[in-house]
Design a protein around this ligand. Structure first.
Ligand code: ATP
Length: 518
């Protein structure tokens, strides 16, 4: 506007100066009152206006309207780019979450209806749960369903060395959201700025969190801006952030169950040519514990493998390879494993598989001694159904399967190797949960907080007790069934991998009922 006025005054000045310069040609206009000093003043003013205009616009072509139109076009485009082309149809499963979010969507789409009733829009929603479960996707879908601007920020972007920088970023994010409302602000990893404050707090982090709290309080009740936060650690967040009026709606987004896995796989295979051998239901069963992101990855990997094999359709072998790739990592092409080590790995994996089979823990899909990722061998297994309650004995059996590798090494070679470190870590974690979380130890039916230091040594000895009796049982089971253990190991050494059906065949060769230590 200012530029337009200056530009108009400059044009008037140019016209006036021209008239005065050539006043001999304008006979019917009298300039008798205009002195030489006035003329100089008009010329200087016009020149001044030109200089000022040039300063206002660094590229002052005399067609500012065109430039503005171009700029506006690109601004509009940027604005549209912020509106995600994602809807609830792209989010598979999570029906209860979508239902919960429906109200917020209606609030944004029909805000007047709610405002007339004096209802306030929910300001903050917190998604929490493991990584890759679709939290970002859902937030985008809320923006897509309401045609809102989607402003993404990661908590770590606000973590700065210099005091005040993070707070300033929070302020500008909210300013932008309010300007472009309706908007959805999505703050991923909100724990990076929202963890509990304490006495030794970090000044910069506190200022950033305070600014976030202030911004959330300071929303105009009429502004349709919703903030969605996401975290894997709800327990770490500052209470001030969770109180009513801020992030007061907490929605847990966990790993999908078998039905949701099937739906997610359908979404990610809908545009892919599938062979008739592919049964999505079966793949969903085999992928217990996988997140939505892992399932999307499997569908993509399977397609890549099919292309690599020069196939026109993706078949079940491609899917199985993709699952293996995601679970166990990349196959090592030219492994330099010594024969002696291969023998140990074969017995180690046979130990896991045999204990799993005898204790009926999970379905075994494949055993392999072909190195993948960091593992020299692996057993691919999955539960035959989704479980929500697990008994104490089932937890102990899981520990025994994990210890099966180490026990097999000890029985066969009389010594142990470093190969069991990952198994031991997992087994210890289960035992720790039994002691501290599930009240399944000699401490009784209590939950034990680990942050009290004096508990630690007692907790450790309880964990050790569980691991010790589980290892004892595992050794006994393998001793009783040593022939099968050796048989599986020899087969592995010869063929390098074994399917679940092949394992069953070996198992059935032994007519005597298998002894079992439990
Ligand atoms: P993080 O906590 O690591 O940020 P997240 O929970 O935000 O992860 P997303 O980024 O939303 O996870 O999900 C990653 C990808 O996984 C999505 O882009 C999508 O392809 C796929 N995905 C996850 N959940 C679903 C789902 N329910 N339906 C369809 N696709 C999904």
């Amino acid at each position: 506007m200012k530029k337009k006025i200056i530009f108009t005054l400059f044009i008037i000045g140019v016209v006036l100066s021209s008239i005065l310069a050539y006043n001999d040609y304008f006979h019917n206009i009298s300039f008798s009152n205009v002195t030489a000093g006035d003329k100089i003043l008009i010329w200087i003013t016009t020149l001044g206006l030109l200089v000022y205009y040039l300063k206002l616009d660094q590229s002052p072509q005399l067609v500012p309207a065109t430039i503005n139109a171009e700029k506006k076009k690109s601004d509009d485009k940027a604005k549209d780019d912020n509106k995600p082309d994602v809807s609830f149809n792209d989010v598979a499963g999570l029906d209860e979450v979508k239902e919960e979010l429906q109200e917020t969507i209606d609030f944004i789409n029909n805000s007047e209806k709610y405002m007339k009733m004096g209802a306030k829009i929910p300001r903050g929603i917190l998604f929490y749960g493991p990584p890759g479960t679709g939290k970002t996707l859902l937030a985008k879908a809320v923006a897509g369903e309401t045609n809102s601007n989607f402003l993404y920020a990661s908590g770590s972007e606000f973590v700065e060395k210099y005091v005040g920088v993070g707070a300033k970023r929070v302020r500008s994010l909210f300013e932008k959201a309010k300007k472009d409302a309706p908007s959805i602000i999505f703050i991923d990893e909100i724990d990076a700025i929202g963890t509990k404050r304490n006495l030794e707090s970090n000044n910069e982090k506190d200022q950033t969190l305070n600014q976030l709290l202030v911004e959330m309080d300071g929303f105009n009740d009429n502004s349709t801006v919703v903030v969605i936060g996401a975290t894997n650690r709800l327990d770490l967040l500052d209470e001030a952030l969770l109180r009513p009026g801020r992030f007061d709606r907490h929605i847990h987004i966990g790993n999908p169950n078998v039905r949701s896995r099937e739906e997610i796989l359908k979404v990610h295979t809908k545009d892919k040519p599938l062979d008739t051998s592919v049964n999505i239901k079966d793949i969903a069963k085999k992928t217990h514990g996988f997140s939505g992101a892992q399932l999307a990855n499997i569908a993509n990997e399977a397609a890549i493998i099919a292309v690599r094999n020069k196939k026109l359709k993706i078949d079940i072998v491609h899917f199985d390879s993709a699952i293996e790739r995601v679970v166990a990592g990349l196959e090592v092409k030219h492994p330099s494993v010594l024969l002696k080590e291969k023998n140990i790995v074969a017995h180690h994996e046979a130990g896991h598989a045999l204990i799993g089979k005898i204790l009926k823990i999970d379905m075994i899909q494949k055993i392999s001694i072909v190195p993948r990722g960091q593992a020299l061998g692996y057993v691919l297994n999955f539960p035959d159904e989704d479980r929500y309650l697990v008994t104490k004995q089932e937890l102990e059996n899981k520990i025994k399967v994990l210890l099966g590798g180490r026990a097999a090494e000890e029985i066969t070679f009389g010594e142990i190797t470093t190969g069991a470190s990952n198994d031991l870590e997992k087994a210890t974690e289960i035992a720790r949960q039994m002691v501290c979380t599930y009240g399944m130890s000699s401490f009784g039916h209590v939950v034990i907080k680990e942050n009290y230091q004096y508990n630690q040594s007692k907790i450790d000895s309880e964990i050790k007790k569980i691991l010790d009796y589980c290892l004892e049982d595992t050794l006994k089971i393998l001793e009783d069934n040593k022939m099968i253990l050796n048989d599986i190991a020899s087969y592995l050494l010869e063929k390098e991998s074994l399917t679940g059906d092949e394992l069953d065949t070996i198992y059935k060769r032994y007519k005597v009922p298998l002894k079992n230590a439990t």
